[in-house]
Design a protein around this ligand. Structure first.
Ligand code: GTP
Ligand code: MG
Length: 344
């Protein structure tokens, strides 16, 4: 059916931060899967996308959220590489984001790509929170699996609490040095004016309920108007990767960030030389909670609404490029859409 204009778009959450600070691990914890185990040298080298439905967020967040407070369909998480050589991919992730999580290793503090990520968020004016990750590695930490962070902090010894607070206030200080007023998330009233810091562990799950609650709240409170777009309109997206898929030939993994794409749409994709005009042969949707980058089982669907990670099979995609725009033509002159794609 036609999704119409009263359907809210899924917000896109970019996960940014220095190499090894735990971006993929945090998403693994939310997915309940282990994507990093499949990564060469455990270094992320591509942008990923994972759709997390509202009911999963509510399950993880537990008592911290009331799901009836939310009418957004969930969150689409974009994983980015932290290694210094992937600046372009970080910028692309930042450009896609409605909101973001800046992951900082609580022991390691701010590092070069933390600052680079911060600059991207500043430039794109993306509201974000800081996940102060790896709290479980503080000496003497007593893990409370999957607990809300304040609950877990109360059970720590005075010495551990002091150590944690010291590390957290160093992060707050670094943020302030870069022009952001920040505080522990439970002290923050307005998440657009102040950056909330959420202590977490991707390993033990502590603080993950808090992180999801804050992201959902941030999206619901400040992004809702921007999410009230015409998701029934012609789809617009970005190519993440160009890949061979058995039985489908060359396909593109995309993040659809606006509108709708249908299985019979004519599309224009940015190519090495000229925009490629082609017709969708199949839309292949990853399972809920699956990372599109590593997914092997896709469901063929007739229609996908933003925001979503989706694999598009179509003829003539050999010259498509990662990072290129993709646009659905629908009822417009194809030349007009080609011009749009060329100018992006
Ligand atoms: P890049 O994608 O390469 O930028 O790294 P990343 O930020 O995705 O880091 P990743 O999730 O791959 O984690 C790096 C290492 O830190 C892995 O060995 C993880 O197991 C470990 N790690 C991540 N989060 C935690 C945590 O909360 N606690 C502990 N103890 N280890 C963690
Ligand atoms: Mg990673």
């Amino acid at each position: 059916g036609d999704p119409g204009t009263d359907t809210l778009r899924t917000p896109i959450v970019a996960v940014l931060g220095h190499v090894d600070h735990g971006k993929t691990s945090l998403l693994d914890k939310v997915r309940g899967s282990a994507v990093i185990e499949g990564e060469a040298g455990a270094i992320t080298q591509h942008i990923g996308a994972t759709a997390v439905p509202l009911d999963v967020i509510s399950d993880i967040a537990g008592s911290l959220v009331d799901p009836t407070d939310f009418d957004l369909p969930g969150l689409l998480f974009i994983d980015t590489p932290g290694h210094h050589s992937f600046t372009t991919l970080r910028s692309r992730g930042g450009a896609l984001a409605d909101i973001a999580i800046l992951v900082v290793d609580v022991n390691d503090g701010f590092q070069p790509q933390t600052i680079e990520a911060l600059d991207i968020l500043k430039r794109t004016q993306t509201p974000f929170v800081v996940a102060a990750n790896k709290v479980d590695t503080l000496p003497g930490w007593n893990p409370v699996e999957d607990a809300p962070i304040q609950q877990s902090m109360e059970t720590q010894s005075d010495r551990v609490q002091q150590q944690l607070n010291q590390e957290l206030y160093e992060i707050v200080g670094e943020l302030s040095d870069h022009g952001f007023s920040a505080d522990m998330y439970w002290q923050v009233r307005n998440f657009q004016q102040n950056v909330g810091v959420v202590p977490v562990s991707a390993m033990t799950g502590e603080g993950v309920p808090d992180l999801l609650t804050v992201m959902m709240g941030l999206a619901q409170r400040y992004m809702k108007e921007e999410m009230q777009v015409d998701v029934g309109g012609p789809g617009v997206g970005t190519v993440l990767e160009v890949k061979e898929e058995k039985g489908f030939g060359t396909t593109v993994d995309i993040v659809l960030y606006d509108g709708t794409i249908r299985a019979d749409d004519v599309i224009v994709v940015g190519g090495e030389n000229n925009p490629i005009v082609t017709e969708v042969r199949a839309l292949l949707q990853p399972r809920p909670l699956a990372e599109i980058r590593t997914e092997s089982r896709f469901e063929q669907v007739d229609e996908v609404m933003a925001a979503a990670g989706i694999k598009v099979a179509a003829p003539d995609l050999d010259e498509a490029m990662s990072g290129a725009p993709i646009r659905v033509v629908r009822d417009r002159p194809v030349e007009e859409v080609e011009r749009e794609v060329r100018s992006e």
